[in-house]
Each structure stands twice: as C-alpha cells, then as structure tokens.
Write a protein that binds this ligand. Structure first.
Ligand SMILES: [Zn+2]
Length: 383
C-alpha cells in the first residue's frame, strides 16, 4: 500500500480527539473512532474488576514472593527510565518487600532529572542496579537511519534495546518476572501507524537495508518474536504490568514519589529523555503531521480526567510551544552529527509509514493471536 493512496478528507472523532492524522483511523455510524471504541471495550473489561484498593496488586506481589525461593537473588527485574510509571512500579514493589534488580538503558539521551530520579530509586533498600550502556557510534547511526527513513518510529531502536537489555539481565540473574510501568490508564490509545511494533525484526532490518547499511548494525539490540518465544517458553520469563492491578492515577503517583523519595517531575508525558521530547513534540508534528498529544488527551477524555473541549483547546497550541525549539534542534543535530539546516530539511521531507517497508504485520498478528489464545490471554488490537 502506498502512502499516496491514503489521502482522505479530514475527520475527527466526536467522542475523543483522534483524527485522520492516523491514516488507518475508522469511524462508526455515530462518528466514534476505532480507538475509543476499542479502548472503552478494553477498559470496561479491565476496570470493572478494579476498585480503588490495592488488594489485587498486593496479592500479585505476594504470589511473586512465594514463587521465588531464597536461592534466587532477586524476585523481579524492573526497567526504569526515571519517569513516573516505571518509578511508581519500582516504589510499589520495593515497599512490598520484593528483592529488585533495576535495569536502565542508557542510550545517551538521559536528562539530569532522569539520572537523579534513577539514583534515588536505586539507593532504596532491597534494590540492586544494572545499567546497559549502548555503543554510542553504533546507536547514533541507527538513530540517523530511522530519522532519514521518514518514519515516525524514530524511537524504535531505543524501544527494542530496552526489551533486549531487560531480557538479557533477566537471564543473567535467573529472574523469572519482569515488571513494567506500561499501563492502560494512561497509554490506552496509540495508533499502529504512529508507532509500529518493535518486535517485527524484518521491518527494522528492512529500514536499515534500505539505507544502504548492513543489518548487522541491528544485532546488538535485536529482540524479536523468536527471542520473545524463547524467553517465555524456555527461560519461563514473564512480563507483568502491576499498574493495571488497581486504578492507577498518574497525578497521585507523582505526589507519592515526590513525598516519599524526593523524586522530580520530568514534566510532560514520556519526556524523561531529550530525544523523546524532540521526537513527540517537534519531529513527528513537523514531519509526520501528527500530534502525539492527541493520543494521550483522548485517553484522558475517556478516563474523564478532562473534557473534549478542554482537549481541543490544548491542541490549538503547537506541541512545541513550551520548548526552546532552536536550542533543542541544535542539541539533537549536534549530537547526531547533522547541521541544524540539514535536520530542518529532513523534517520538511515527506512522511513514510511502516507499510512502505517490508514487514511481517500479518504473520506476527496471527502468531500472537494464536499464542494468546493457547495461553488463555485476551486478544489485543496490536500484537
Ligand atoms: Zn474516538
């Protein structure tokens, strides 16, 4: 499918604020989009079991403790970025007395606030720490390849590297449970066109191959479907999402972190890294013509945290309005070896989408559906 064949008239959902900046969005007869329809189904299924207590969460932690004999050094591995969700996950597990190995991926873009937050978390009692530092020259080249590709997925190399690092340390320390901060409460909506799946290695390798580089560049951070099966079935490693075990509230979570460990708020969702704020607030809106805030604001509307009109009001201002765009561009360009002019030119070039590159979406979608069916899990919108 070619991008040009997807040109369509503008339409915005009349329940949330998702619109045709997602090239795959569909609307029903009432003008409601596929994203909020799916979210409400999933949310109803998920939240009808939850109340405001944290009983299910503590049951989960107790089970993990029981399953781990004292011969093992750790009960869980937790990936941390210094942001709210992963910090909260770690603090909850630490307070429950779990023995924790915290793992951080240093891709060269941490902000001083995220580093200070990580230091606060790993100095808590019962928490050990491993940090995976990527080879900067190799990783820089991967980031340039994804920027040059025209895809919005310029965070894909980081996201894969996080999965690879967590699983590597889980095997090294014989840890059977990985806890992540991922949660339905704040991340319920995210179109596949905006961020395609990190586990499709054919896709990532196609992007690298098309750039004229060897796909061996990808090897140090590779983590795909086959790796995941091996980790789950042979090493028996499972990944759990503790924040989905109660009514997780991000605002309350921040207050708790500040009060208990002097944590600092990185401000803005997922902006604990300079590259993430560049990606979501400058690069994607300018090159791929979508505003990542729409997905978060739509989730907020469905969660009744704001009204649709309030969200529309927020979207009237450009996503980069609170940033010093020129100095951020200068920083990113310098770090990745572009001139500011080159980077600006790249950002004005046409967008590409994952379906413009060879991928295994259909095969992986089916494989994950079968795997989830066989293991009694719910089918998901994305694999
Ligand atoms: Zn909608």
């Amino acid at each position: 499918m070619k991008t040009s064949s997807l040109k369509r008239d503008y339409q915005i959902c009349n329940r949330c604020v998702m619109d045709t900046s997602d090239p795959f969005i569909t609307f029903d007869m009432d003008g409601h989009c596929n994203h909020c329809n799916y979210f409400l189904q999933k949310k109803i299924r998920h939240f009808k079991k939850k109340d405001n207590s944290r009983e299910s969460l503590y049951d989960l932690f107790d089970n993990i403790k029981r399953q781990n004999s004292s011969s093992r050094s750790y009960d869980v591995l937790i990936g941390i970025s210094g942001g709210t969700d992963s910090s909260s996950t770690l603090l909850l597990a630490q307070e429950a007395g779990l023995r924790i190995l915290a793992v951080h991926l240093d891709n060269g873009w941490d902000t001083p606030i995220s580093i200070r937050n990580i230091n606060r978390l790993v100095s808590l009692k019962g928490v050990d720490y491993e940090c995976e530092v990527l080879n900067w020259n190799n990783f820089k080249l991967l980031q340039r390849i994804f920027i040059n590709s025209g895809l919005p997925d310029i965070e894909l190399p980081t996201d894969i590297a996080i999965l690879a690092a967590q699983n590597k340390f889980a095997i090294k320390h014989k840890i059977k449970t990985i806890l992540t901060g991922g949660n339905i409460s704040n991340e319920g909506i995210l179109p596949a066109a905006w961020m395609y799946n990190v586990k499709d290695t054919l896709f990532a390798e196609s992007v690298i191959k098309k750039s004229g580089h060897s796909k061996s560049l990808f090897k140090p951070i590779k983590f795909g479907f086959r790796d995941e099966l091996k980790h789950r079935l042979i090493h028996k490693i499972k990944t759990l999402h503790p924040l989905n075990y109660y009514n997780y509230d991000k605002v309350e979570a921040k207050k708790e972190l500040i009060k208990k460990i002097g944590w600092e708020d990185p401000v803005g969702k997922h902006c604990e890294s300079t590259y993430t704020s560049f990606c979501q607030l400058i690069y994607q809106p300018k090159r791929n013509k979508f505003d990542y805030r729409r997905a978060h604001l739509s989730t907020d509307i469905l969660q009744k945290r704001i009204t649709r009109n309030q969200a529309l009001e927020i979207l009237k201002s450009d996503p980069w309005v609170n940033l010093d765009v020129e100095s951020q561009l200068e920083f990113v360009a310098y770090k990745l070896g572009y001139s500011v002019l080159e980077l600006k030119e790249i950002m004005s070039m046409p967008s590409k989408w994952y379906f413009d590159f060879p991928n295994r979406k259909r095969f992986l979608g089916m494989s994950y559906d079968i795997y989830r069916f066989l293991t009694g899990r719910n089918k998901l919108a994305q694999f």
